[in-house]
Write a protein that binds this ligand. Structure first.
Ligand code: UFG
Length: 327
């Protein structure tokens, strides 16, 4: 089967392309390389294209005629979205709109859409279920919620089958160490803490210590990137076997605070580093933990790397490989 993967040169997309390639899917990656890297595409063909350019996108879609579209390309930083909302609405909505138009022209039947736990805003109860209220508290979350709606409405009208995956906090690197995060200066907690441990960044800031959580720092559900990508495969297979279009949380159902993450990073890397306690960051909810029961029950998804130390270890080993490569 043919899969068109947008954002396939990025962190999550590239791990997905590796899995799809290993499973024998024929892959076409579309990526504008704004954060993605050419060398992260291990299978298939890469076309460097911005989804905001409709005509070449349509041409590509009609030429490749994918059975499935997986849409990873997006801007994903909560705090940045608060400062640059229009960039988020343009990149995450206009691009999705173009993609759907082109998919309609080519008659694509299946889609997996990358959404986010950010659609829940500050959940009223935890762990959060797909049926819980969705009231985002930042433009990023709104852009994903609106994207979900666009996909759902389009699917109803056009007969598309979709899986919407609401990611919790994705981290770690390919356990075979062929891939890892693509950014030099990451802002995500675990990736950044590992860079600090390595000495590339002088200290780690903790954004806020007065949250209503057990130790005052934010709690997140960190999931290994390969487990997340496996969830995509499971959902896809579920749809191909006749399962209904649906929305799925993808997380482990377990939360760690920022301080707990720092402790594990110091332990796994064996390096101590400076931590500075600063103000809260804009747009951050105190606690986000998934209830993944629907994904587990309907698709049979089982996590393989549900272990924060392992997640950190894969990232650390990836960093050490990069270091060797650079020297
Ligand atoms: N944090 C720090 N210091 C840092 C980086 C992060 O204290 O240097 C804190 C943040 O304030 C937050 C937590 O660590 O409380 C996690 O922050 P990340 O930046 O790693 O991730 P976010 O939770 O902000 O967002 C990520 C993705 C979103 C996704 C969300 C889902 O970027 O796309 O997870 O939970 F929606």
């Amino acid at each position: 089967m043919k899969v068109l993967v947008t954002g396939g040169a990025g962190y999550i997309g590239s791990h997905m392309v590796k899995l799809l390639g290993e499973k024998g899917y024929q892959v076409l990656v579309v990526d504008n390389l704004s954060t993605g890297k050419r060398e992260a595409v291990l299978y298939g063909r890469l076309v460097v294209l911005d989804l905001l350019l409709y005509a070449p996108l349509e041409e590509l879609m009609l030429d490749f005629r994918p059975d499935i579209v997986m849409h990873f390309a997006a801007k994903i930083l909560v705090h940045e979205s608060v400062r640059k909302p229009l960039e988020y609405y343009e990149n995450n909505l206009q691009a999705t709109w173009n993609l759907l138009r082109a998919m309609k022209r080519a008659g694509v039947k299946y889609m997996i859409f990358s959404s986010s736990a950010a659609v829940y805003g500050t959940p009223s109860s935890l762990p959060v279920k797909e049926s819980d209220p969705t009231v985002p508290i930042n433009p990023y979350g709104w852009s994903k919620l609106m994207g979900e709606r666009m996909v759902e409405d389009f699917a109803r009208a056009e007969g598309l089958k979709f899986g919407i995956l609401r990611y919790f906090n994705v981290a770690g690197a390919d356990p075979e160490l062929k891939l890892g995060p693509v950014k030099q200066n990451p802002t995500h907690l675990i990736a950044r803490a590992v860079k600090v441990a390595k000495g590339d960044i002088p200290y780690l800031e903790v954004y806020g210590t007065d949250y209503p959580t057990p130790d005052g720092t934010c709690v997140r559900d960190y999931i290994h990137v390969t487990d997340l990508c496996n969830a995509h495969l499971r959902v896809l297979e579920y749809l191909l076997e006749g399962g209904q279009s649906d929305v799925f949380n993808v997380g482990y159902g377990k939360g760690y605070s920022v301080l707990e993450v720092i402790r594990v990073v110091k332990e796994v890397t064996g390096r101590d580093f400076e931590v500075r306690y600063t103000e809260r960051r804009e747009g951050d909810p105190p606690e986000l933990v998934a209830d993944p029961a629907k994904l587990v029950t309907l698709t049979g998804w089982k996590p393989s790397f549900d272990d924060l130390s392992f997640i950190v270890k894969t990232l650390w080993e990836w960093e050490l490989i990069l270091e060797k490569h650079d020297s």
